[in-house]
Design a protein around this ligand. Structure first.
Ligand SMILES: [Zn+2]
Length: 312
């Protein structure tokens, strides 16, 4: 029998992770950010900005797989059965006069190893005040909790903000409190606080809309109800995947294996299959938020699944 992850485990984890910030235990500059990875893509300049990294128990991965199959796969691919480290790769794109940032990272309130965005921006030669557009992929802590500075101001004071309307509505409606168990309500409240800080500067978008000419919104639901990725024109294409695929080995090989934090696992699996099929067929370059830095590469078919071919 399959034994899916008990929901209480992920609740406890999230509650614990969120607690770091509440306790004020987060030193600045803890994480030494890697040198910035930069490449040209069509008319755009892409820089991958590290927000540090996150750690989580391995049992959040492949939750619908028999233990022996899961263990064999993890061992074969050198994936720890105890704890996984996942990077936090924030995409920054220069498009003419715009500097467009995809997500704001964790801030200092989620995990002590994350929230390094300011250091990484500086290492890449950018100042937070230079950012003209911030685009949210979804409302999870590691993607939006960097929006507000500890002093209450906006980290990116000169930016216009963009959110998929479905995702905004999910987090900012009362239904979010019935969707999540009570242990996770603090998380939902913090998402609402972060979103509220930009409510006068945010534009709602939907799949197919342009952020600027050549960069448009791609529907990739399942991880969260309104999760979106972004397609960047040029060459054979580039997709800023965000969390539609959270691990480049596990879910490339097995798009149907489930991740504990996917809100709708079946929808998430369908999204992965669609995305990977297209990426492999059209040789689209992919950039994954949680993949090993810089998280840039391609999907190649292998067996019933795919394999990730890293670039850079
Ligand atoms: Zn994430």
């Amino acid at each position: 029998m399959l034994k899916p992850l008990a929901p209480v485990s992920r609740r406890r984890f999230l509650a614990g992770a969120a607690g770091f910030g509440a306790l004020g235990l987060l030193p600045e500059g803890l994480h030494a950010a890697p040198a910035p990875h930069r490449f040209r893509h069509g008319d755009f300049e892409v820089t991958v900005i590290s927000d540090g990294y996150l750690t989580a128990p391995s049992f959040f991965q492949a939750t619908n797989v028999p233990p022996e199959e899961r263990e064999a796969f993890f061992s074969e691919h050198g994936i720890s059965l105890d704890e996984l480290r996942s990077e936090a790769n924030i995409t920054l794109i220069r498009a003419d006069d715009d500097l467009i940032l995809f997500d704001t990272g964790s801030g200092k309130g989620f995990q002590p190893t994350a929230g390094a965005i300011n250091d990484s921006l500086a290492a890449a030669g950018f100042d937070p005040a230079d950012i003209t557009k911030v685009v949210f992929t979804h409302g999870h802590p590691d993607h939006i909790w960097g929006t507000i500075l500890p002093d209450g101001g906006l980290r990116f004071p000169n930016a216009a903000y963009y959110s998929a309307a479905d995702e905004w509505d999910f987090w900012n409606g009362e239904a979010v409190f019935t969707h999540f168990p009570s242990e996770m309500h603090d998380l939902a409240r913090e998402a609402q606080r972060q979103y509220a800080a930009v409510r006068n500067a945010v534009t709602m978008v939907k799949p197919g809309d342009d952020i600027v000419t050549g960069i448009h919104v791609l529907s990739t639901p399942g991880h969260t109800p309104g999760h979106v990725s972004f397609e960047v024109e040029g060459g054979d294409g580039l997709i800023v995947v965000a969390d539609a695929i959270v691990h480049p080995v596990i879910y490339f090989a097995h798009p149907d294996w489930q991740f504990a934090f996917d809100a709708a696992p079946d929808v998430a699996a369908e999204t992965r299959r669609t995305l990977l099929d297209r990426a492999a067929t059209d040789k689209v370059k992919l950039l994954g938020f949680h993949w090993d830095y810089p998280g840039v590469g391609f999907a190649k078919r292998r067996g019933n699944g795919y394999t990730f071919m890293a670039e850079g």
